[in-house]
Each structure stands twice: as C-alpha cells, then as structure tokens.
Design a protein around this ligand. Structure first.
Ligand SMILES: [Zn+2]
Length: 282
C-alpha cells in the first residue's frame, strides 16, 4: 500500500485493504452477506497520548507522530463499518511504581523484578522496566494527542492507575491477574449482538444459530514492543484472529525489545502485518 497524504484517499486505501483481506479483518457490517456477518471486528488504538506521541513527550516514542493520520483513517473506517473502536489510555497516579523516580538509586530504563501475590496463593515475578514519569492522571501528557480524533462512540479504557502495578496490556495488568475491565466490556457487547440477532425479524431460522460476535481484533498505536505487544498477546483470550498493523505502530526499542516482541506475538499466533508499497494483500 502506498502511503498518501490526502485523508479521504488514505481512508479509501484502508477500506480497500480490509475488504481485500476479510480473513484478517472480518466482514464489516454488510447486510447483504449473511453468511459472513457473524464475524465482526474491533480496533484497539493503544496509548496515542501526548507523553508518547509528541517529540517533547516525557516518554516520546521515536517517530510516533508519523502514525497519527493512519490511526485517524482506521478509526473512520471502523466507525463507518459500525464496528467497535477502543482507545487505551495510560493513566498513572503520581509516584506510580513503574516510575524510576519512585525507586531509590534507579534511573529511567533500568529494570527491577516485581513480585505480585496471586489471589489463589503463591506469587508471580515480573521484570519491570522503570520509566520516566509519564501519563500522570489529569496532566497534558496523559491527554490524547490533539490531532487524534476520538469519536464519542469509542470505548476509552484507562489502565495503570493502581499504584502498585503497571499495565502494558489493555486486558490484564502486569500481575497477569487484575482485569482492566475491557474483557468484560467486550463480552457484554457480544451478548448484546447475540440478543439483537435473536430478536431481529430479518434473520431466517437457518442462520439464527450463528449469532454475530466480535471475532477479529486489529491493534495499532504505541509502543509496538510493550503495550501493543502485551495487548495482542492477551487478545487471544477473546478473539479468533488478532492482527497488529506494524506500519501504524512505533517502538521504544530498548535492547532486543522489538525482536522479542515480534517473536512472542508470532508464537501466540498474532499476525504482525507490514504492508509493502503497492501490495494490497497480506
Ligand atoms: Zn505507563
């Protein structure tokens, strides 16, 4: 796919790309294609906030401003297809445990091992990278970037607000146990889709058994090697297909973090898609 400057053209390109690759993006909301209609998709836009996206942001992800127009185009496409759009928002309290400033004698990007007690007993040990203070609740840095369009219909899920534990994933905090609430929300949406299909008079008895459901998940945003990665890995609990559009992400790139993220996602079965110029097929 060639990258274009005009926003309408950009939208059309993504629309065509998704229609050409329905296996990865679901079938949209086309009422004329009943046999495919049970496969709906959702878009998760990860952490497109000032502290990550602006060159002056506290934890600026290199070149991340470049993804803004494609994020907007994809949000428009999913909204027009009447499909769910979710934005995550990193939302830390001051002195959050993921901040280097909260630890003695540590500096940003050092690593520490955190130990979390599990509800059923025992504990889980997790390597935590320590970050510069970022996305503090109520600050400019925590706001969505001003050029990002967040439709009123979008679901915003705030994560990382519990002081003791960080949350890279949109679904589970880093203790791998505490839910953010997004899984429950999506189960609720699926239940609503099922109920509306049961009460819909246009459904014939033949396909009433196949109720529509969100089966596909498309993920974009920052950072590829942290919050995008862990969101994609956890997404398999809920969806049959998980796609990361790599061109619409950017990475922090610490050590081997990009390589490790790609390997972990691919082992889980996440489709990490990079679109070459002129190629409209995955
Ligand atoms: Zn954070």
């Amino acid at each position: 796919m060639s990258f274009v400057s005009n926003s309408e053209e950009r939208k059309k390109k993504w629309m065509t790309f998704m229609e050409t690759n329905r296996m990865f993006f679901g079938s949209g909301n086309d009422e004329n294609e009943n046999e495919m209609n049970e496969n709906k998709s959702c878009l998760i836009v990860v952490d497109v906030q000032n502290d990550f996206l602006s060159p002056t942001g506290a934890l600026s992800v290199p070149n991340s401003e470049e993804i803004i127009e494609d994020v907007n185009a994809l949000v428009d496409v999913f909204s027009e297809r009447n499909e769910l759009v979710i934005f995550t928002q990193d939302w830390h309290c001051p002195e959050h445990s993921s901040f280097a400033s909260a630890e003695k004698n540590k500096k940003p990007f050092d690593e520490v091992v955190k130990c979390y007690k599990k509800n059923e007993g025992g504990e889980v040990k997790v390597v935590q990278t320590l970050w510069p203070d970022h996305c503090v609740q109520g600050t400019k840095g925590a706001e969505f970037h001003e050029r990002i369009r967040v439709p009123t219909s979008a679901k915003v899920i705030r994560k990382g607000f519990r002081k003791r534990v960080d949350s890279y994933s949109a679904f589970l905090e880093n203790d791998k146990e505490t839910e953010t609430g997004l899984s429950e929300f999506i189960r609720g949406v699926n239940k609503g889709l099922e109920l509306s299909s049961l009460t819909s008079s246009s459904k014939s008895d033949d396909n009433a058994a196949k109720s529509p459901k969100i089966t596909h998940c498309v993920i974009v945003g920052v950072a590829f090697d942290y919050c995008v990665r862990f969101t994609a890995e956890d997404a398999f609990e809920l969806f049959d297909r998980v796609v990361v559009l790599e061109d619409v992400t950017r990475a922090v790139n610490l050590g081997d973090s990009v390589k490790e993220a790609r390997k972990a996602m691919e082992q889980k079965g996440v489709h990490v898609v990079k679109i070459s110029d002129g190629d409209n097929n995955i």
